[in-house]
Every structure is written in C-alpha cells, then in structure tokens.
Design a protein around this ligand. Structure first.
Ligand SMILES: [Zn+2]
Ligand SMILES: [Zn+2]
Length: 313
C-alpha cells in the first residue's frame, strides 16, 4: 500500500477486495451496468493534514456514486467535496444529488467550497434530516451565516434545493434510495442506494451498543444483503471504553453489522484523525482477519480509491 501517490486511483492495493466484490456481483446474474463508488474524503470528526496521514487522506466524509447516464449521487458533503468539485471541470449544466446523513461539521463543511455551485447552471438537491425543530434548509442556513461564514446558501449562483428525510423511500433517476434512522448523536440517517440489483449501503457514523451483538432493525434493513457496505470503523477496541458514548464504533462492530445483515463486502470508513497511515494499515489487517472468518472481503477507504460494482474486472 506504500507506493501510491495521494489522489491516484488505486487498484493494486484493493485488488483482492475489488475482485471479490466483482465476482460476487457477476455471480448473481447476467451483465449489469457498472456502478462506480469513489472516495473523496474518508476521515471522521475533523479535516486533518500532515505527512503521516497522507496516504489515507485528511478530508472528511464525501463519496460519490456514479452510474452510466445518471446524475451523480454524493454521500455527505464533507471537505472531500471540494476536491471532487475541482476535478469535475465541466462548465456545462450539472445536476447532482447529495444524501446527507446528519449535520455534524465533518458531513457538511464542503458545501460552500464545491466549485460547481459558482455556476448558475448547476442544480444541487440536498437530502437529509433536519434538527431541533428546523428543516434541513433552515439548519444549513443557520450554519452558513455570518459570523460563522460570510455567505448563505441562497447567495451562491447555483440552485440549491433542500429535502427533509428521516425514514423515507424515494427515487433519484433510476436509483432507488432508502433513508433510515441510525443510532448516533442527534438525528442521523443512513442510506441504501440501489441501481437494478446493485446495492450500496452507507452508514458512516454509528453508535456501538453495549451489547456488541445488537444491531438496530433500521440498520439491518439498510444493509440487508448489500453488495457493498460503507461503515463507521473509527475506534480501536482499546480506545472504545473511553469514547463509548461518542457515537462511533470499532471495526469489529462493523464486521458484526456486515455479518448480521448479509453484506457481501465491507469498506472501513470515517477514520479517526489521530490514526496515521501505519495505524490504519494495522487496523485494516486486524479487521481483515476478523472478516475472513465470516467470509466478507474488506478494504479501508482512502482518498482516491474507486471501487466498481458489477464490472467484469
Ligand atoms: Zn462524522
Ligand atoms: Zn457525526
């Protein structure tokens, strides 16, 4: 894993996981259009930058799902969103849809720095839960306002529409989207996105219960039999006792969620800012041992990583 440049699309380091994911997908049926999942920010809590974190990256939660002929779907609007916006480089009209899990900084801070929002032919639909009796749009208005930020969403040239979801099923183009509550800190949802019979679940912040064998019904519904589960894996087991009510979980619990829900692969996500590249390598290796026992391929998310579902690799 040591010979890649930051931002480079990696295949070698995830070849085993990718091949396993692809073979699962291909074994399930005839040819299916590929769905590409790209990771632009994989860090939890706060953006962080230093050489020791460079390989996995320091931007916060932002993942895109792209299928041929469909508008891109963004999972969370963390600081990784800025990087994706820079790489788009397309001045033509753009419509994108963001599925926001909750309103903590690490999931929303990238919005004002998303370059396409400087263009009036861009439309961004933002889905997510409101909080404190306010709608999602009112919450964004509140965090993007002076003195905390110089401009409000309505000041950007693009069209931004906010849609409240908590326990909802809806469509975005050909994608079926399910939002369900997830135990965390404050109103939080996870998402299940389905194109045909290819399905991804996204649960980036998940409070581990006292009893590790318990998984909320809503989470099991989100993750049921998915091809890929992107899941919180922030805390080492030895860190968890001191942070047991911080809203997060251990990689072992992520494996347990994957096992109970029948997920076909697991992506470790929402890395702790205090975990450097060496530490994350170690956590991924330890988690792989656990996951091997139950036959689930795993990979630790890194900035620049792209995973393809349904492709003949
Ligand atoms: Zn978070
Ligand atoms: Zn959070």
């Amino acid at each position: 894993m040591a010979h890649e440049k930051k931002g480079e699309i990696s295949v070698t380091r995830i070849s085993t996981a990718v091949l396993n994911i692809a073979s699962v997908a291909m074994a399930m049926g005839e040819f299916r259009e590929a769905v590409t999942i790209a990771f632009h920010g994989v860090r939890g809590s706060t953006p962080c930058s230093c050489p020791e974190l460079q390989r996995y990256g320091g931007n916060t939660a932002c993942v895109t799902i792209e299928a041929h002929g469909q508008d891109p779907i963004i999972l969370d609007l963390g600081t990784g969103l800025r990087m994706w916006g820079v790489t788009l480089g397309r001045p033509e009209p753009l419509t994108v849809h963001a599925l926001v899990t909750h309103l903590h900084w690490d999931h929303v801070q990238g919005l004002p720095f998303f370059k396409p929002l400087q263009c009036e032919t861009t439309t961004l639909n933002v889905f997510g839960p409101g909080e404190c009796g306010e709608s999602l749009g009112e919450c964004f208005q509140r965090f993007m306002t002076p003195p905390f930020f110089p401009i409000q969403p309505k000041d950007l040239p693009a069209t931004i529409e906010f849609h409240d979801v908590l326990c909802s099923d809806f469509s975005i183009g050909d994608a079926s989207v399910m939002a369900r509550p997830v135990p965390h800190s404050g109103p939080t949802v996870g998402y299940r996105v389905t194109y045909g019979d290819l399905t991804v679940a996204y649960v980036p912040d998940h409070q581990q219960p006292v009893d590790m064998s318990t998984v909320a019904e809503s989470v099991l519904e989100l993750c049921d039999g998915v091809d890929m589960l992107i899941h919180d894996a922030q805390l080492r087991a030895d860190e968890f006792p001191d942070k047991s009510d911080w809203g997060h979980c251990t990689p072992a619990y992520a494996v347990e969620v994957a096992r109970q829900s029948g997920a076909k692969s697991l992506v470790m996500f929402h890395h702790d800012p205090s975990h450097d590249d060496v530490e994350l390598d170690r956590m991924a290796a330890d988690t792989r041992e656990l996951a091997d026992v139950v036959g689930i391929p795993i990979v630790a998310a890194a900035e620049g990583l792209k995973l393809v579902l349904g492709a003949d690799l």
